[in-house]
Design a protein around this ligand. Structure first.
Ligand SMILES: Cc1cc2nc3c(=O)[nH]c(=O)nc-3n(C[C@H](O)[C@H](O)[C@H](O)COP(=O)(O)OP(=O)(O)OC[C@H]3O[C@@H](n4cnc5c(N)ncnc54)[C@H](O)[C@@H]3O)c2cc1C
Length: 317
């Protein structure tokens, strides 16, 4: 059975959920092998084996944090040349898509981005045009390099163990041409990561103020163990930080449940949340376009509907 390489995203060895999802997807194509790079990478080996990786390629070299994506591309290109994998799966993050594009050029292969499923013969499924069209595509040259959205498949705990293989890093002139000089840590909210969260509670202009986010949106998110998102109207108004913006120029989310409060449903907002599995809408305008996406909708003032919902969620716990 051919190997399928999965590039792992992690923080000091703590594996992001999307990487475990990609291992489950890889198992449907071939034999999953994980590639985990950067300081702390060795701490991830047991978790990756427990989620289906048969082999874990490891390097704890500082090059992966000192320089931007090129050292990662160089390692993956070397593994593609040595292993001829059936596919390379990479998370659809900003870095992931840059790595995928560069890897495709380095290995003379085709690339597909933002897949939500990949079949056993490496045919990728993408949802495009607001989820209105489903595209199936296959790479016709080289190794299929596919970036996959979070929450496309559930992780599977196999109870297995992986064999660890250390990989060497030859820092090329191109890789060292740029250097990371500073990293600014983003304030932690204690809530799940927006891109990975199973539930997202979002607020838009209808929330009315930063106070509205604190007293109406965040309490519902916390009652549900959800991440908070916001429309661009809300982030541009300074009511919520820009890093939580959902949409074309913000984050792409694909949770099991997306609750849109006081958001009209502009195409640029839909672009970031249209693949959510279940969409709940609270809006006082029954004609708001967001209702087209809604599985459940409430026409009403969010300042009374949302606190009521929060109370009911809490009483159900
Ligand atoms: C190039 C470009 C990129 C963009 N990228 C993004 C992006 O990434 N993400 C994004 O979100 N937008 C983006 N936009 C902006 C987008 O076009 C919309 O302007 C924005 O999404 C509107 O945000 P909103 O729905 O919160 O506000 P509005 O469109 O003003 O809608 C507010 C909604 O709240 C409802 N409402 C008001 N009061 C209440 C209440 N008390 N209770 C219940 N409902 C209430 C109203 O009925 C209305 O439907 C982009 C625009 C451009 C041009």
């Amino acid at each position: 059975m051919s190997e399928v390489l999965v590039l792992v995203e992690h923080t000091a060895g703590e594996v992001k959920k999307v990487s475990l999802e990609l291992l489950a997807m890889a198992a449907g194509i071939g034999e999953p092998s994980a590639v985990v790079l950067g300081p702390g990478a060795d701490a991830a080996v047991a978790t990756l084996g427990d989620h289906g990786a048969k082999t874990v390629f490891v390097s704890t070299d500082l090059a992966f944090v000192d320089h931007v994506v090129v050292p990662t591309v160089d390692v993956l290109a070397k593994l593609v040349a040595e292993k001829s994998p059936a596919a390379v799966l990479i998370p659809s993050s900003a870095d992931g898509k840059e790595i995928a594009g560069r890897l495709a050029i380095a290995t003379d292969s085709g690339v597909i981005t933002d897949a939500v499923a990949v079949s056993s013969d490496a045919i990728a499924t993408q949802n495009v045009f607001g989820g209105a069209t489903i595209v199936h595509s296959k790479v016709s040259k080289g190794t299929p390099i596919i970036t996959v959205r979070t929450n496309s498949i559930a992780p599977v705990q196999s109870g297995g163990t992986a064999s660890r293989v250390d990989v060497d890093v030859d820092l090329t002139a191109l890789a060292s041409a740029t250097k990371v000089t500073n990293r600014v840590s983003v304030e932690k909210s204690g809530r799940p990561d927006l891109s990975e969260a199973a539930i997202v509670v979002s607020g838009g202009r209808g929330v009315g103020s930063d106070e509205g986010f604190k007293t109406v949106i965040e309490p519902l998110a916390d009652a549900l163990g959800a991440a908070v998102g916001a429309s661009r109207a809300a982030t541009d108004a300074g009511w919520y930080p820009h890093q939580f913006q959902v949409g074309q120029t913000g984050k792409t989310v694909s949770p099991q449940l997306y609750i849109a409060n006081g958001i009209s449903g502009a195409i640029q907002h839909r672009a970031g949340m249209q693949t959510s599995k279940t969409v709940v809408v609270v809006n006082k305008d029954a004609d708001a376009p967001i209702f087209d996406l809604a599985d459940f909708g409430v026409v009403g003032d969010l300042h009374s509907v949302v606190p009521d919902l929060t109370t009911r969620v809490k009483s159900h716990k």
